[in-house]
Ligand binder design. Sequence first.
Ligand code: GDP
Ligand code: IMO
Ligand code: MG
Length: 427
Amino acid sequence: MPALVLLGAQWGDEGKGKATDLLGGSVDYVVRYQGGNNAGHTVVVGDQKYALHLLPSGILSPGCTPVIGNGVVVDPSVLLSELSGLDERGVDTSKLLISGNAHLITPYHTTLDKVSERFLGKRKIGTTGRGIGPAYADKINRVGIRVQDLFDESILRQKVEAALDNKNQVLAKLYNRRAIAADQVVEELLGYADPLSGYVADTTLLLNNAIDQGQVVLFEGGQGTLLDVDHGTYPFVTSSNPTAGGACTGTGVGPTKINRVIGILKAYTTRVGAGPFPTELLDEDGEKLRTIGGERGVTTGRDRRCGWFDAVIARYATRVNGLTDFFLTKLDVLTGWERIPVCVAYEIDGKRVEELPYSQTDFHHAKPIYETLPGWSEDITQAKTFDELPKNAQKYVQALEEMSGAPISAIGVGPGRDETIQINSFL
Ligand code: GDP
Ligand code: IMO
Ligand code: MG
């Protein structure tokens, strides 16, 4: 089983960090393929809690080589501070590899992200303000700065000047902001060349060779399927492809080499930022899910919007990612509810709809049709096998599996590595 993708099946924060870390001990490489430090992946190892943003969660497993692929956008200042934070805690970060083709997030991207959001006012997307969208926009516009540019001062200067020519006009004339001096940006970026030089590698060659030699490579997605710029709830999305195809373009590994695609699926639903969310709860149940589930953003500290499980979304994630398995997380959070509603379809303009509508207007109007399942009150955090779960918890999992279109191969019953029920092996 040489290559597998692990990705978010909903709107992010499904527990990808925990799932990746769990597998990290058995894989040779963990590779981030898209996104940047908009991600917030919490990993709990024993009594230690780690919040990772840019680094692959495999960095916490000593035998594993963490890789930042070409599809990621790298804020070098965040990268270095994340590395030094881990070094201080005794985590070996020396194996990290970074693609020279990955694009950089520069100070002007972060500034543009924040001012453009402010400018949108009520129509804002609610981005993380980390410069993600503007950095990807420059990549597509072919005016981006790549990691490899850090090592050629003359090219770096030319590219920064070219990018700022246009951006300073926008900043000054549209947003009424001070222009950004190219010299200052170049100087800052050049300062990252030395500390990063030891990490830069031809990661595409290396990963393909590793797979050919039978080594195990895990591709770790950031964000989630519904935040995908092509397949998500556009425009309320991130600017990259968290869906399975992104693992190929974001690393240079072809789809024929990927054997398994695991969707991380929360036992209920959350979302951060603006955009449609059919099962959102604005009542006491929503507040209860937020409190018990600890649903507060790891990156921005914002409260996450919470709602019941949505099987329409899960089915959609199975379809657009070609999922082979689900890892169902946070089942323990649902302990204590007498009855648990699950959205099985939508009502749109009086009609029952089973699949995610492609029209954004329809999705905005979608009303959840619920089936209510019986809850359980027993503590499940110590359960190690499926049989140890209370009968109603078993039924809840089975019902979700039937509705979602792929087998549930693992169940999270707590944040720790060992608080997991493994049903089918992923490797
Ligand atoms: P990610 O962005 O997908 O990695 O998810 P986050 O780390 O942003 O959010 C998931 C949160 O749930 C983290 O605080 C995890 O420690 C926690 N978590 C993950 N799996 C479980 C689980 O099965 N049960 C509980 N109670 N917490 C979990
Ligand atoms: P992880 O990897 C949840 C959301 C933002 C916003 C939208 C666009 O922890 O699951 P961006 O800064 O990417 O341009 O913001 O996407 N968003 C996330 N929501 N989890 C994440 O990452 C997210 N990364 C971005 O809140 O709505
Ligand atoms: Mg997160």
